[in-house]
Design a protein around this ligand. Structure first.
Ligand code: DQA
Length: 167
């Protein structure tokens, strides 16, 4: 599991909000994997860009990618219901990848922490194989963004940052 919390530049940073970015199986291969569907942008590019955007608003972005369902469940618990003050997140952006269509365990983990989450997919899952149209997450998500490539992640973050400003 790659797990790269952003580093705080000053102790004042991140007192407002912390957002967890979760990417599921095979998304570590973005840029290499089926680029005609998923594009040429790497996951590292996406994580770095979102981290910079969040930092600009004094918000910490914690990025996690794993190919293992249990590791994702553990990470959600760790940053949610089991979290110390410095690990507790306020919202989640998640691309569950193939677990979208299979994982009741990850759905339950997200529901268990009772935090708002936005579901993102690079591809339009409704225009592909029929089995991709069903998501175990969409009915509980604040919103679902799909088909807009890597920019979908920026849009999800932008929404959460806007919510923060509106508080
Ligand atoms: C995906 C769509 C899923 O169906 C697929 O299994 C993925 C990526 C997307 O971002 O378009 O791995 O979540």
């Amino acid at each position: 599991m790659s797990h790269s919390p952003s580093t705080a530049a000053s102790p004042k940073l991140f007192q407002h909000r912390r957002i967890l970015l979760i990417n599921g199986p095979n998304l570590n291969l973005l840029g290499l994997r089926e680029p005609h569907i998923y594009g040429h942008t790497t996951l590292q590019d996406i994580e770095q860009r979102l981290t910079a955007t969040a930092h600009a608003q004094n918000i910490e972005l914690i990025s996690i990618q794993s190919n293992h369902e249990g590791e994702l469940v553990d990470a959600v618990q760790h940053h949610g219901i089991l979290a110390d003050a410095e690990d507790l997140i306020d919202a989640v952006i998640i691309n569950p990848a193939a677990f979208t269509h299979t994982s009741i365990a990850l759905r339950d983990a997200l529901l268990g922490i009772n935090k708002p989450f936005i579901e993102v997919h690079l591809s339009n899952i409704h225009s592909r194989e029929p089995f991709r149209s069903h998501s175990y997450f969409s009915d509980k998500a604040v919103g679902v963004i799909c088909g807009l490539g890597h920019l979908g992640y920026d849009m999800a973050l932008s929404y959460l940052l806007q919510q923060d400003e509106d508080k």
